[in-house]
Design a protein around this ligand. Structure first.
Ligand SMILES: Nc1ncnc2c1ncn2[C@@H]1O[C@H](COP(=O)(O)OP(=O)(O)OP(=O)(O)O)[C@@H](O)[C@H]1O
Length: 347
């Protein structure tokens, strides 16, 4: 197993850049998500990793081998990468076991070894009993598990996933996330997973590369992205919370409750302002007016385990808080904010 490095990778189509100066080092066995809105270049990056696309600049290195650069290009079939697509891409006329065996057939693996590996792969995705069925006789989740099994029979160093859960319903997605986690643990392969769903990326990946318009916005663990997002765009994209305009403060630092109270009170739209992220769990409803903000209830939504309360500050800004009990619209309350994270303005 080897490290996968994207070093200054760029991609342009007809002169229009879609991936810009991308630098990522993916450690062996890491589960990495490429996350971003539609059109940000995720699939293009995956296609360059797979070898379906060349790079316009920079290089992709795996271990000590150059996979792609201006001067080299290792073809897809020589990369030993597995691939799983949104559309499953199964052969409809082949049974489950024939589909799973297909990459081994192409590699001309001896029959006995082929049987053994197919059996093992079907075991990992818990589809042994379905080996003789055709894809049309399976559910969406089962078809995606066949695609998973097929991606791992060749014992790939890296498995690439392009929105593999996009066609499944919410319940099945949760089950499949479990399958992916188990699959990763069992195989230990490096995984690169494209998604536009932040909760999917957060729950599956060791590290996430968040992309916007072909550019890397932030690269870090899910916990880092949640706790210390770089800018206002990322703060709005990852997790739940409120971005507030406050009086000027240095970016990329935690602001404690007392300081935050001052910054909110000193804020005026005419002066230089900063943005801070306040997570709902850092908002406390209090009875004392002392160093507390006056708010009004704008909306109250039941979420099962709690209520989402949207509050309006005196200057009209909105703040999302949680409550165990419902609150009446327009009622006045006082809140104290425990802390906030200061953000860079969006570039
Ligand atoms: N072969 C191509 N020729 C020209 N433009 C392309 C080509 N492939 C992708 N693009 C453009 O590159 C940009 C990035 O596309 P890409 O499919 O990588 O985005 P994405 O983040 O995966 O989006 P989605 O989540 O919608 O699949 C888009 O503007 C797209 O139109």
């Amino acid at each position: 197993m080897a490290r996968l490095i994207l070093d200054g990778v760029e991609k342009s189509f007809h002169g229009a850049p879609v991936v810009k100066d991308l630098n990522l080092t993916i450690e062996p066995g890491e589960f990495v998500a490429l996350l971003g809105p539609s059109g940000c270049g995720k699939s293009t990056i995956l296609r360059m990793l797979a070898g379906f696309e060349s790079v316009s600049e920079g290089q992709i290195i795996h271990g000590d081998e150059c996979l792609s650069s201006m001067t080299c290009h290792v073809p897809t079939e020589e990369r030993n990468f597995g691939m799983v697509f949104q559309s499953y891409a199964l052969w409809p006329h082949m049974t489950v076991k024939e589909n799973v065996a297909y990459p081994l057939k192409v590699q001309k693996t001896p029959m006995a070894e082929r049987r053994k590996r197919v059996k093992e792969a079907l075991e990992i995705v818990q589809l042994e009993e379905y080996a003789d069925r055709l894809p049309a006789q399976l559910s969406g989740g089962q078809r995606q598990r066949v695609a998973l099994a097929r991606s791992l029979v060749t014992e790939p160093d890296v498995v690439l996933f392009d929105e593999p859960l996009a066609n499944l319903d919410r319940h099945l997605r949760a089950t499949m996330e479990e399958t992916f986690r188990a699959f990763h643990k069992r195989t230990g392969a490096t995984m690169v997973y494209v998604t536009h769903d932040q909760s999917e990326a957060m729950s599956l990946a060791d590290k996430i590369a968040v992309l916007k318009k072909g550019q890397l916005v932030q690269w870090g663990t899910p916990q880092e992205l949640y706790a210390t997002p770089k800018n206002t765009w990322l703060a709005n994209f990852i997790g739940r919370g409120s971005v507030l305009s406050v009086a000027a403060v240095a970016p990329q630092e935690y602001v404690n409750g007392a300081k935050l109270y001052e910054l909110i009170c000193q804020y005026s739209p005419e002066k230089t302002a900063s943005s801070v992220l306040v997570r709902p769990q850092d908002i406390e409803f209090v009875s004392s007016h002392d160093a507390a903000l006056e708010v009004r209830v704008y909306s109250c939504i039941f979420r099962g385990e709690r209520y989402d309360i949207e509050l309006t500050l005196n200057d009209g800004q909105r703040l999302l808080a949680y409550s165990d009990i419902p609150m009446t619209l327009e009622n006045q309350h006082f809140v104290r904010l425990g802390q906030a994270w200061s953000l860079e303005s969006e570039s």
